[in-house]
Design a protein around this ligand. Structure first.
Ligand SMILES: C[S@@+](CC[C@H](N)C(=O)[O-])C[C@H]1O[C@@H](n2cnc3c(N)ncnc32)[C@H](O)[C@@H]1O
Length: 224
C-alpha cells in the first residue's frame, strides 16, 4: 500500500469528521446524526459514492444551514475530503466509510432530505447493472431514508447510465424530473454551483458533456 494511503488511513482514525468501523458513533449514529454529531436540527444532505467529497465540502460552504455527509467505501478518498473540511473549519460536513448497500444501517426513516450522486461507476456490463447506484435496488434504500419529496441529483458523463436512470426514475414515481445532456450549456447550470468532482474533471477534459438530472421522491414505500 502506498505511503500516502497509509497516512490518510491514520488521519481518518483520528479525525472527528470521519465515521468508520471501530469508532464509537459508527455503531450508534442511525437516527441520531443531528442529535449526536451535528448538534443542530438542520436538513441532512448525502453525497453517495463521494470519492474525495467535493460536493460535501463545496455545498457545505454554500449552505451553512444544511448538514452534509459524504459516503464512500474507499477510506483514502474520503480522507481527502475530511482533511479539506477540517482545513476550512467546516462543522457541517462529515464522512462515513460504508457501502451504500447498507444505508439503512446508518440512517433512520426520513432522516435525509436530499441526495447527490456524482459520476458513479456506470456498471455497463449486463451482469453488473444491479450495482448501479440508480438501480431500483438502491432507489428503494434511498426512499426508505429520505423525506417525502426529497431531492435526488445525478451527474454523470455516461449516457447509458443516464438513460437507464431516467427510465427507472419515471417507473419509480419521481416528480418534477428535469434533465439535461449538457449541464454546462443548460439553464440548470446553476444547480451544480460550479463544483467539479475529480471524475468530472477527468471526463470534461476528454471532451465529454456532463449529463445532469434532478427529481423528487414522490411517496414513501408504506404509502403504496
Ligand atoms: C467513479 S468514482 C466517483 C467518485 C466521485 N463521486 C467523483 O465524481 O469524483 C466512484 C466511487 O464510488 C464508490 N462506490 C462505488 N460503489 C459504492 C457503494 N456501493 N458504496 C459506497 N461507495 C461506492 C467508489 O469507491 C468510488 O470512490
Amino acid at each position: 500500500m502506498g505511503r500516502k494511503k497509509l497516512i490518510r488511513f491514520a488521519n481518518n482514525a483520528l479525525a472527528n469528521n470521519v465515521l468508520e468501523i471501530g469508532k464509537p458513533l459508527y455503531e450508534t449514529i442511525k437516527g441520531k446524526w443531528n442529535e449526536s454529531y451535528f448538534l443542530n436540527q438542520n436538513p441532512i444532505v448525502l453525497e453517495l459514492a463521494c470519492g474525495k467529497g467535493e460536493y460535501s465540502v463545496g455545498l457545505a460552504q454554500v449552505y451553512p444551514e444544511k448538514n452534509f455527509i459524504g459516503i464512500d467505501v474507499k477510506g483514502d478518498r474520503l480522507g481527502f475530503g475530511s482533511e479539506q473540511a477540517i482545513a476550512l473549519g467546516l462543522t457541517n460536513v462529515a464522512f462515513l466509510r460504508a457501502n451504500v448497500t447498507f444505508l439503512q444501517d446508518f440512517f433512520a426513516d426520513e432522516e435525509v432530505s436530499e441526495i447527490w450522486i456524482t459520476f458513479p461507476d456506470p456498471f455497463n456490463i449486463k451482469r453488473s447493472i444491479r450495482r448501479r447506484l440508480t438501480h431500483p435496488f438502491f432507489l428503494e434504500k434511498y426512499r426508505a431514508v429520505i423525506q417525502k419529496e426529497g431531492l435526488l441529483h445525478l451527474k454523470t458523463d455516461n449516457r447509458e447510465l443516464f438513460d437507464f436512470t431516467i427510465e427507472e426514475l419515471q417507473q419509480f414515481g419521481f416528480r418534477d424530473l428535469v434533465a439535461t445532456f449538457d449541464l454546462y450549456q443548460s439553464e440548470l447550470h446553476d444547480d451544480h454551483h460550479g463544483i467539479k468532482t475529480r471524475f468530472e474533471k477527468i471526463f470534461t477534459e476528454k471532451g465529454f458533456p456532463v449529463h445532469y438530472l434532478r427529481g423528487r421522491f414522490l411517496v414513501k414505500t408504506c404509502e403504496f
